[in-house]
Design a protein around this ligand. Sequence first.
Ligand SMILES: *[C@@H]1O[C@H](CO)[C@@H](O)[C@H](O)[C@H]1NC(C)=O
Ligand SMILES: *[C@@H]1O[C@H](CO)[C@@H](O)[C@H](O)[C@H]1NC(C)=O
Ligand SMILES: *[C@@H]1O[C@H](CO)[C@@H](O)[C@H](O)[C@H]1NC(C)=O
Ligand SMILES: *[C@@H]1O[C@H](CO)[C@@H](O)[C@H](O)[C@H]1NC(C)=O
Length: 210
Amino acid sequence: MNPKASSLILVTLFVFFISVNVESFDVTELLNRYPDLIGFNDLLTQTKIAESIANRRTITILAVDNSSLAGIQSRPIDEVQKILSDHVILDYYDMKKLRKLQKSVIVTTLYQTTGVAEKGQGFLNVTHMPGEQFVFGSAVKGAVPVAKLVKAVYAQPFNVSVLQVSQPIVAPGIGEVILPPPPPPYTPPPAQPPKSSSSSNKTADSPGFR
Ligand SMILES: *[C@@H]1O[C@H](CO)[C@@H](O)[C@H](O)[C@H]1NC(C)=O
Ligand SMILES: *[C@@H]1O[C@H](CO)[C@@H](O)[C@H](O)[C@H]1NC(C)=O
Ligand SMILES: *[C@@H]1O[C@H](CO)[C@@H](O)[C@H](O)[C@H]1NC(C)=O
Ligand SMILES: *[C@@H]1O[C@H](CO)[C@@H](O)[C@H](O)[C@H]1NC(C)=O
């Protein structure tokens, strides 16, 4: 074999080696580990969002659990796609970074890259509320911050973060906006149970045993 040909083969092998090693990001496999998020995961697959984020290196996914999906599950698939594209932030936000937020920040979502987003629809407003609470809403003017952070699900700094939020975020104009449930009516805390002076201790001194 002439040296030129063999070096070409080497280069080819090398390029092949590199390309198989740059793994694409498999969101489906990642989210499958969380039974509560299976419905959300299915929708990411159906809308092909899973495919379009496979080559992204820096994202934050705002996931909703099975019980919170009802509001969007029965909508036309192209509408679901728009909605869920707004649940993929093209930046890395984990708890540490959220806690550093002074007040609020506007972040760009995958929907913005589709070229069909109208004013503000491809952005979210993330707000740090008093007491370690965070709310997410569409950045469209006048939109209400609807989704509360429930918990951080997964983090691979500084590439992939999955945060669970309380409900889907629908930007005005994409479809019917889902408003958060009204806060429960104020109920006074239950009265302190009366302190029983004759509180029995069942573990010791039970009659009948020796
Ligand atoms: C969530 O829903 C999917 C079907 O959409 C189901 O397979 C899965 O078991 C559900 N998970 C939980 C925790 O209910
Ligand atoms: C983001 O939301 C917060 C809370 O609703 C609001 O105070 C703030 O003005 C919003 N920021 C922008 C740029 O819309
Ligand atoms: C993480 O993101 C950086 C750039 O933001 C990228 O260079 C790196 O390859 C990514 N790592 C993984 C494991 O995806
Ligand atoms: C019940 O018994 C345990 C040990 O026998 C004792 O430590 C505890 O103080 C008792 N509690 C009450 C309410 O008498």
